[in-house]
Design a protein around this ligand. Sequence first.
Ligand SMILES: [Zn+2]
Length: 339
Amino acid sequence: MAKLILILAYWLGIPTLFRYWHRNRLTILLYHGVRSKQDTHSTDLRGKHIPASIFEKHIHYLKKHYHLLSWSEAFSYLQNKQPFPPHSLCITFDDGYANQAHVAAPILNRYNIKTIFYVTTGFLDGEPLWTDRFERALTAIREPIFEVIIRGQKKSYAFGAQKNLEETDDKLKRVLKTLTAEERKPILMELERLAGPLSPAPLLEPMSWDDARQLTHDGHEIGAHTVTHPILSRESDETCREELQKSKEVIEKRLKVPCLHFAYPNGNAADFHQTTIALVREAGYTSAVTTIPGTVGMMDDPLRLRRLAIDYCFDQAMFVCTITGVRYWLSNVKQSFFL
Ligand SMILES: [Zn+2]
């Protein structure tokens, strides 16, 4: 139903109106990964990895309809509080998957587009992202029900059918995101125990530091996304400080370039707060991006910039409705209607 409304909005030309309304604002897109033609088997429950052929269509569309800026170019307008060129847009990537360097970057380079890759440094050093560990275990579990005690409360989640799996992924991940890394650890271990040995998942491999270095040689930028991808608002100030400073230091040491830009893990409004923002500033970052949907005005706080996530954008209507903000506007309308 929601998809049908989006298709209708697309054919009615509503995205063109939105693009016009937002013409003086900066649009920042968030990608997670681009799947190669060969990788047709890896699980991607959240639709985070866009097939390469579709990504290329995205790029083609963006080149035609937007003024693409590198992160530093966009940031200099923001820093100097100068108006952005009409229809300005930046592409960003989070986490540091290998396919960003091996599949996405060659396409970006062909179109001469410069982007920023926010990398989770522990992931590049070999520690899988906890969200991927969770998703992989979930898809491998064959038990019908998973029962777990979370903060003293017994909860149960259904597995089995694909629909159950997606619902459980959504519900349980939402709960896990309210916990500290320490609280989450035994639950993840229990899920992995139930899942048993897992087959390799090339889609979820990290890029290497050599890949990151090559990206900077090609004119892209590398930003920080913490060391272990914790939800910063759940952690102590001390942990946040360490995650912010250490990831910056590791990037600067490995790549020999200043690391001044940051992306909040998960990045919703509940995932960071005023103290987190102060710690981001204290660590020496000059910009920080969130996943709060929206576009950026020249007077916006550079440490809480909105982005539009390009997850599930497998067709043109969904993509165009997402980048113009129609998708989020419709979901807000739907929410207010049902509340
Ligand atoms: Zn992330």
